[in-house]
Ligand binder design. Structure first.
Ligand code: TMP
Length: 232
């Protein structure tokens, strides 16, 4: 690795119940003296949060949606994620590129090859992370992509997620999609996990909340990044 930080992302369909566990994991890392950057996508910077509002509220075609999400991601990677990793922090990000492959790719039916090209451009390191010898910018010709060290996928049947979401708040452009959309998104996550089995850990999010938390904690402990006794 060319930096000393740790990058963990969290994924799942809307209603899968990621949020409380992300907060608990942040507390667990802090209880062991680590500095945590807690962030989300789309969002995480002034510009990216503006783009988030547009993407969640305005009607637009799938290409526009994908480009705005990747534009938000570029700003987030450059301004927040890469600097935090260079400082050696733990970056916990509520969603990252896997969401784009699941929602825009599988959900909206947008071309996966185009998404892969955009991913390579947007997450290109291009000297954002230093080299192992001394945090100096890497040579531009060395092609590396900034991606999570671990992704925790909260897997929940779309029907269960719809029940959890029902009546909780005014739905945005994604939350108001029919259950068929979320079946495709869930399928997209499953395919992504099969293709990145080393990086993406699947957790059964239909279990009781404290059981799900134990699975999250255990996944990180098994990586050697936290003690089993970490406080949440
Ligand atoms: P959130 O409610 O979990 O913060 O996510 C916001 C919504 O944005 C969620 O419905 C999923 C959607 N989304 C995409 O469609 N593509 C993406 O790449 C990301 C990061 C989120």
């Amino acid at each position: 690795m060319s930096h000393h930080g740790l990058f963990i992302s969290f994924e799942g369909i809307d209603g899968a119940g990621k949020s409380t566990h992300i907060d608990s994991l942040a507390n667990a890392f802090r209880s062991e003296g680590q500095v945590v950057t807690l962030t989300r996508e789309p969002g995480g910077t002034f510009l990216a949060e503006k783009l988030r509002s547009l993407v969640l509220e305005q009607a637009m075609d799938p290409l526009t949606e994908s480009l705005l999400i990747f534009a938000a991601r570029r700003d987030h990677v450059v301004r927040v994620i890469a600097p935090a990793l260079l400082r050696g922090e733990v970056v916990l990000c509520d969603r990252f590129s896997d969401a784009t492959f699941a929602y825009q790719g599988a959900g909206r039916g947008f071309d996966l090859d185009v998404l892969a090209t955009l991913e390579r451009w947007v997450q290109a390191d291009e000297g954002l992370l230093g080299d192992p010898a001394g945090n100096q910018p890497m040579k531009p010709e060395v092609e590396t992509v900034i991606e999570p060290d671990l992704t925790i996928w909260f897997d929940l049947p779309p029907e269960d997620a719809a029940l959890r979401l029902a009546g909780s708040r005014i739905p945005d452009r994604f939350e108001s999609q029919p259950v068929e959309f979320f079946r495709r998104v869930a399928q997209g996550y499953a395919e992504r996990q099969r293709d990145h089995v080393e990086r993406i850990a699947q957790i059964d999010a239909s279990q009781a909340r404290d059981v799900v938390w134990q699975c999250v904690l255990q996944t990180v402990v098994e990586k050697g990044w936290l003690q089993a006794t970490a406080q949440s």
